[in-house]
Design a protein around this ligand. Structure first.
Ligand SMILES: *Cc1c(COP(=O)(O)O)cnc(C)c1O
Length: 406
């Protein structure tokens, strides 16, 4: 059954993705519709970029108003929107200074540059000797430097050589961090919960222990909260579950309210002061359209209590998922509305996603055996009940199918 819309995209586009066979044409709240008018509940939220729901009316209004007023002027000039946005995000998160970029990968690159320059100018690391420690299973984006830190062979294969100065240690074991630190270590880059790498929640106390180790050795702890941040896990920032405050944080995805790419690197004035005019930049980073939308996205997050909702509905959703009787489900894990369902290897998680699609649920496997459930944070318990009902049907079908085969 070929769809000409899909055929056209496949014939003119690079095949660096393998989309599910559905053509989406409209979105509203937690739902999207395909070109035949079928409605789906979005359990992907564009990898958590759509935490506010699709086409949030207030955010669309801000976008439209700003689009008719002033959009892109570059950072060669001041605008009336950028400072307002940066102050808001600093006040909310407790960091002193912010550097705006567009995509997550650019904000991670910014963090790496800041950490290296801080190591040379503040810590006294000899020229070109700075080291950055990352974790196995990480996902920080797709630039050559960033995939150089990856432990997923496919992300790197064919793209070398990679920059030097990176070390990878196992995730979830703070002693390994302490072993890996040398006098040249600039920073430790870590996801509070590994997202793309399979929704991996580290043992309780891990981040707290890492924060203490980093402090002891004068190493910057940088949390990549591009996926876990802004309420996704039931706290504004996921590191708050452990009552810590890292030296820096990277935000993206939901910061753009599901409308635009907006990312930030946030840190102290000391770290940020390593950047001087001309050191680093972005043509589009911090543009007034992005700043206006990002600012409103933060307002909506607070005013609509999306953080509290994620905590409450996330716990409810996890509990419902744990109640699905299927031998194929090996684990249900996550925090708030960042949930992974680990599927037994004997059944391809991708095939389950195809079946879910037929039942009106959009999601995608990550890491081959984990199905991600990360709906917009505005989802209601009734909508979760409806999704769980479809999930029960799909798993019951699969169980029946497997019995026939035996
Ligand atoms: C998505 C993601 C990124 C990369 O963001 P892009 O906007 O795709 O460049 C980086 N880190 C984490 C944790 C992510 O989930």
């Amino acid at each position: 059954m070929s769809n000409p819309i899909i055929e056209r995209e496949l014939s003119y586009g690079a095949h660096n993705y393998e989309p599910l066979p559905v053509v989406l044409v409209r979105g509203e709240g937690v739902h999207v519709w395909d070109d035949a008018g079928n409605r789906y509940i979005d359990m992907m939220s564009a990898y958590s970029a759509v935490s506010h729901g699709h086409c949030h009316p207030r955010l669309v209004r801000v976008l439209q108003e700003q689009a008719g007023k002033l959009n892109i002027v570059s950072r060669a000039f001041y605008t009336d929107k950028l400072g307002v946005f940066l102050k808001k995000v600093c006040d909310l998160t407790g960091f002193q200074s912010a550097l705006p970029m567009n995509t997550g990968a650019e904000a991670v690159e910014t963090a790496l540059k800041a950490a290296r320059k801080w190591a040379y100018t503040c810590k006294g690391v000899p020229k070109d000797k700075a080291e950055i420690i990352a974790c196995a299973g990480n996902f920080h984006g797709r630039t050559i430097t960033i995939v150089g830190m990856s432990t997923v062979p496919q992300y790197k294969a064919g793209f070398g050589p990679f920059p030097e100065g990176f070390k990878v240690i196992p995730y979830g074991d703070a002693a390994q961090l302490e072993n890996a630190i040398t006098s040249n270590t600039a920073a430790f880059l870590v996801e509070p919960i590994i997202g793309e790498g399979g929704i991996v929640v580290p043992p309780a106390g891990y981040l707290k222990a890492c924060a203490e180790i980093c402090k002891k050795h004068n190493v910057l702890m940088i949390c990549d909260e591009i996926q876990t941040g802004l309420g996704r896990t039931g706290k504004l920032l996921a590191f708050q579950h452990e009552g810590i405050k890292p030296d820096a944080v990277v935000l993206g995805k939901a910061l753009g309210g599901g409308l635009l790419p907006v990312s930030l690197f946030l840190s102290s004035k000391e770290v940020m002061s390593v950047f001087t005019p001309g050191d680093h930049g972005s043509t589009f980073g911090g543009n007034p359209l992005a700043a206006a939308v990002g600012n409103a996205a933060l307002d909506v997050l607070i005013e609509e209590k999306l953080i509290e909702r994620a905590e409450k509905t996330g716990a409810y959703f996890q509990q419902q998922l744990k109640g699905i009787p299927s031998k194929l489900i090996k684990d249900v894990r996550g925090k708030g509305l960042l949930i992974g369902l680990e599927i037994d290897e004997s059944y391809p998680a991708h095939d389950i996603c195809l079946k879910l699609l037929k039942h009106g649920i959009l999601t995608k496997e990550t890491h081959h055996t984990v199905i991600r459930f990360a709906p917009p944070l505005i989802i209601s318990e009734e909508q979760i009940d409806a999704a769980v009902k479809s999930l029960q049907e799909v798993f019951a079908d699969i169980e029946a199918e497997m019995k026939v085969k035996q």
